[in-house]
Design a protein around this ligand. Structure first.
Ligand SMILES: Cc1cc2nc3c(=O)[nH]c(=O)nc-3n(C[C@H](O)[C@H](O)[C@H](O)COP(=O)(O)O)c2cc1C
Length: 229
């Protein structure tokens, strides 16, 4: 199966993969640019970075991937959320993905500058509200996803509900997507693309320590992986 393009607002990614933001400093310019250079969407994890460092990372990503799509991920619940979004918009970021909480204000910030705002949600209700507020796309995170989550339901169950709930924006599935088959399965549920985090955590371009990367690579048995609330 040839994977379709992913359109978010005016952005067109040749490969329908968003590399999920991984704070703090796991996904920075190098990883985001590598993914963007392959036709996906690369996200710099902004939470925890001083504003100057975020500016530096965005400029570096642009240098490493002049034609790629580069966004930031910011956690709504973390400190300086609004300041990080404002800083990224000032730097001309292509899109803002917001996880770990929900903010109504961020949509107004995106509207002013024409920057696509993409919330991460885990319910059809919040997806519908987001579309009403101006979301350019919706990322649906299920219980399989790495990071901080607000649900115990699988993305495979939530994605079709969100696809039915929104009218005109793409839905992107996240959680436990590791290979081509997982991507195709997510597309068959109605998603327009996927967001993947853990798959990229052990990559050369990720800033994680070698120890953490080795731990990911060594986790080959199902019992090595524990889903926690
Ligand atoms: C180490 C790690 C750090 C993460 N940090 C963030 C973060 O800062 N903000 C956020 O919204 N999501 C974060 N996530 C979630 C990812 O962006 C992505 O949605 C998730 O990893 C997808 O599930 P997967 O790991 O099964 O591919 C993180 C995930 C991992 C594995």
């Amino acid at each position: 199966m040839k994977l379709p393009e992913l359109r978010i607002g005016n952005l067109v990614a040749k490969v329908p993969i968003i590399q999920g933001g991984m704070a703090i400093r796991l996904s920075t310019a190098r990883l985001a640019a590598a993914v963007a250079n392959e036709g996906g969407i690369g996200l710099i994890a902004a939470s925890g970075l001083p504003f100057d460092e975020l500016r530096y990372e965005i400029q570096l990503a642009r240098k490493l991937s002049p034609n790629g799509i580069i966004g930031i991920n910011a956690m709504v619940a973390a400190t300086q959320f609004a300041g990080l979004v404002k800083t990224a918009i000032e730097e001309g970021i292509d899109l803002v993905v917001a996880g770990a909480g929900f903010s109504r204000d961020m949509f107004a910030m995106g509207k002013e500058s024409g920057t696509p705002i993409v919330p991460i949600v885990s319910s059809a209700k919040l997806a519908r509200i987001s579309e009403g507020l101006g979301a350019a796309a919706i990322i649906v995170e299920g219980s399989e996803a790495g990071g901080h989550l607000g649900t115990d339901r699988s993305a495979r169950d939530i994605v079709p509900e969100v696809v039915a709930a929104v009218k005109n924006i793409p839905v992107i599935g996240a959680g436990g997507v590791l290979d081509g088959k997982d991507i195709v399965d997510m597309l068959k549920l109605g998603a327009s693309g996927v967001q993947m985090g853990s798959r990229f955590a052990a990559s050369d371009e990720c800033n994680a320590s070698d120890e953490l990367k080795k731990m990911y690579v060594r986790a080959t048995n199902p019992e090595d992986i524990v889903l926690i609330q």
